[in-house]
Design a protein around this ligand. Sequence first.
Ligand code: ZN
Length: 498
Amino acid sequence: MARIAESEIERLKREISVQRLAEGRGVKLKRHGADLIGLCPFHDDHEPSLVITPGKNLWNCLGACRRGGTVIDWIMLAEGVSFRHAVELLREDLPLGSSNTRPGVQRSTVPKLPAPVERTADDRMLLLQVVSYYQESLKQSPEALKYLENRGLKSAEMIETFRLGFANRTIGYRLPASNRSAGAAVRGRLQKLGIYRESGHEHFNGSVVIPIFDLSGQVVQMYGRKITPNLRPGTPDHLYLPGPHRGVWNEAALTVSKDIILCEALIDALTFWCAGYRNVIAIYGVNGFTEEHRAVFQKHGTQRIYIAYDRDEAGEGAAQEHATQLMEMGIECFRVQFPKNMDANEYALKVQPASKALGVMLNRAAWLGKGERPTVAVIEPVKAEVVKIEPPPEPVPQIEAQTQQQNVEPPAAPILEEKSEDKIEAAAKEENAIPLPASLPDAAEAKQPRGSSEGCSSLLIWNAAIGATPKLNVSVVANAVTQRTRLSCSTKRKATRD
Ligand SMILES: [Zn+2]
């Protein structure tokens, strides 16, 4: 469950006017010294017993209900919602970036949050709407972004391409109340789809969610990875929608490449993808190699498979078994041999840069067929383009380029071309370190972007959102081969380095 920052709560209390909330609810207010008084809307009031103190932005009922407090207390009572939901509603009314330091000039009413799913949508559309909602939640969740970053998956492009999301229970706040017929109906449908459990709990709550699409863009399955540490014993880390495993994640890769990297888990596959090896798909755990996997290999004429399962007993067993089946289908199989007991993700985190390390593993993969290892082309990562996503609605923090040179570690993702250590060194020397605000509210207050950081704005926001290391290193590397200037962003990652 994402914690709401204290500073955010304070901001809402400061910037949303309780006077306007009351007026928006039809309360007629009269001045009374420094206060405003009116009929309390929360009890059957005949004498004005509601007192609002604009100077402190507080309210208080001196009559029968004796309620009072801040704008959050007002919304909790007025809308009959929890503290968290009230904060959500207020936030929606006053998004970051519309930051206004003068209290009392905000909108007069707090609208109900728009429903993330439409009651009239069919099941396919409903699932797509859930995916969209989760994706938005991920982008606004520092803890989920941090989780991805810690797993070496810091890529806005990845989030956009695969529509990664985060389920944090807030979807329920946006639906009509469950005691109303509309609310019950839509919840019933989401329950049928597996988004809600029979208990009423959100199935993927607390998980990063990876939807699995078919080639026509329909959601056929969803995978959730719990990100909360220290869950109750027995709580599964890996979740799927109920029913059999369906679909093949990133099936599109098979349509463009006859050589496929096959991972044991989606996080491993994303690791390869982020490192520039985009011809990658995944099974759903060692017992999740399905008929559909075999069918798509056949359908798209896959010729070679690099099995990159975990290098543990279960992974080895599954690799042997699946290779046997695949070779019977006429597909050449290779085993990627990570160090003992390691999986692709761990390995990529440990041996940097990941694109190079994984490349070595792929090109040294053991031939599983009989006789001589066939000659195959050297596998190289794609030359990732500058990550660009739509500029975020928030103003980008003002950045000051420091002129001093800094020695930095190579980036985690191979946005740089990494032909040699020398080149990495050379790139590092061209680093400009620019300071970043440590938290988002500061970022929102800043005015204008400066410098050529456009391509980095998404990552700036990423960093700002996750309150990460307050420094961002921008390196501009003139690529001798293509004569193109590439821009890359990286933050120092400590946890995974040692
Ligand atoms: Zn009252």
